[in-house]
Design a protein around this ligand. Structure first.
Ligand code: ZN
Length: 413
């Protein structure tokens, strides 16, 4: 049975029929619909002879034993956000399944090949992304916090995952799954506009951005909007507004994909008759280079100080969350580049703004690379998410080439 990328597209549509509705995909992790998708996948893969197992964190593995125990992993996630798209995560699971079929049809592969369907990549129900992959990578360190998480209906995370066979206390036992893993490959839709703007179907991902997230609070003085002359005001919103405009310049100056976003500003007292006393800003900064990311944060801090001085207000920074940039494996990036060039003529290297399961696997020390396929209009996490069918087919072909090259390299190591 040769590779049949058209079948992947048909199966993605079949999955969408089975688990979506008029508002989009509804495969939220730890729900019945998600379980239905996993059952469907199990039946689909059964024909390949790959053995199924579900690990301690709920990740679904399909193992095709090879001539060696060293394993090449292909990963994706079948869970979606509510009202999600038909491709996010599912594309790689389906594409990886097609590669497994092709390999199984050719007899025993030189090394073991495993398809993994990560549990709860999206974190849609409990607000914690990369659940399954962080457990397998051993980086899950927030069990206490996870125990107290509840969904919108008040159901606690440990109870919800238990219904799907996962005991939160032993989720980290999934770590042993990565033993013997020699490479990890993940295909994903880009979820951004870069490849479309370059008119290219496919690109190699260099790594995932480091992220710095802070709450920046400007404090001034509430005062009557009618009686306080303009030059006597201590307006906290002035600091926030100036910082919002300046972070765009910081990102532009830094370049190489740098992004800075002020995602929210809450003003108090927040009434039309008062000067703003406090403005709480949410700032997100991302870059693929750790030094550049640190420099962007320093610049934002120093201009915030200057604006505070000039506006006669105060400013305070509090870190909400951060993660270092995660770079993918150089030699796998080369193989991915070759694979894309072979099937599409031209390749392109780009960073990933969103985090992915691949970042967790790379952090665990497994050589990792990702392929991106063009997203139409850069849209994702909406039913409008789409990719041209011919590009989806090229993506499956590129993943297949990359899998072959990686297997050959691992076998010869
Ligand atoms: Zn995804």
């Amino acid at each position: 049975m040769g590779l049949d990328p058209k079948r992947t597209v048909a199966e993605l549509r079949e999955l969408q029929q089975l688990t979506g509705d008029e508002n989009g995909a509804q495969r939220v992790a730890w729900t019945e619909t998600w379980e239905r998708a996993r059952d469907w996948l199990r039946e689909k893969v059964a024909g390949t002879g790959a053995e199924e197992s579900v690990d301690a964190a709920g990740n679904q593995w399909f193992t095709l034993r090879g001539g060696s125990d060293r394993a090449v992993l292909i990963g994706g996630h079948i869970d979606s956000v509510p009202n999600g798209g038909w491709l996010d995560g599912a594309l790689n699971v389906m594409g990886g399944m097609e590669v497994l079929r092709r390999l199984a049809g050719e007899g025993q592969p030189a090394v073991t090949v495993r398809l993994v369907n990560w549990a709860d990549e999206e974190g849609a129900r409990f607000g914690r992304s990369l659940f399954g992959s962080s457990a397998a990578a051993g980086s899950m360190a927030d069990q206490d916090e996870l125990r107290s998480r509840k969904d919108a209906n008040g159901v606690a995370l440990p109870d919800a995952v238990r219904e799907h066979g996962v005991d939160l206390d032993s989720a980290l036992d999934a770590r042993s799954e990565l033993d013997g893993s020699a490479a990890y490959l993940e295909l994903h839709i880009e979820q951004g506009p870069v490849l479309e703007s370059l008119n290219l179907p496919l690109g190699v991902v260099l790594g995932t951005f480091g992220v710095e997230r802070h709450q920046v609070t400007f404090r001034g003085q509430a005062a009557h909007a009618g009686s306080t002359p303009m030059d006597k005001r201590r307006d906290a919103l002035a600091g926030a507004a100036r910082l919002e405009l300046e972070i765009r310049e910081i990102a532009k100056r830094t370049g190489a994909g740098a992004v800075c976003t002020m995602g929210g500003v809450v003003t108090k007292p927040g009434i039309v008759t008062s000067v703003v006393e406090t403005a709480e800003c949410l700032l997100d900064q991302r870059h693929l280079d750790a030094a550049q990311l640190a420099a962007m944060l320093e610049q934002a801090k120093s201009v915030a100080e200057r604006f505070a001085r000039e506006e006669n207000i105060e400013v305070e920074w509090e870190r909400i969350w951060n993660i270092e940039p995660i770079l993918f494996d150089e030699s796998l990036v080369e193989l991915a580049d070759e694979s894309i060039t072979e099937v599409a003529g031209t390749s392109h290297r780009l960073p990933s703004g969103p985090l992915h399961d691949a970042a967790e696997v790379a952090r665990a020390g497994v050589p990792t690379v990702m392929l991106f396929v063009q997203s139409l209009r850069g849209l994702s996490h909406t039913k409008l998410e789409d990719t041209k069918e011919e590009h989806l087919e090229l993506a499956v072909q590129a993943l297949d080439r990359l899998a072959s090259k990686t297997i050959a390299r691992v076998a010869n190591d």
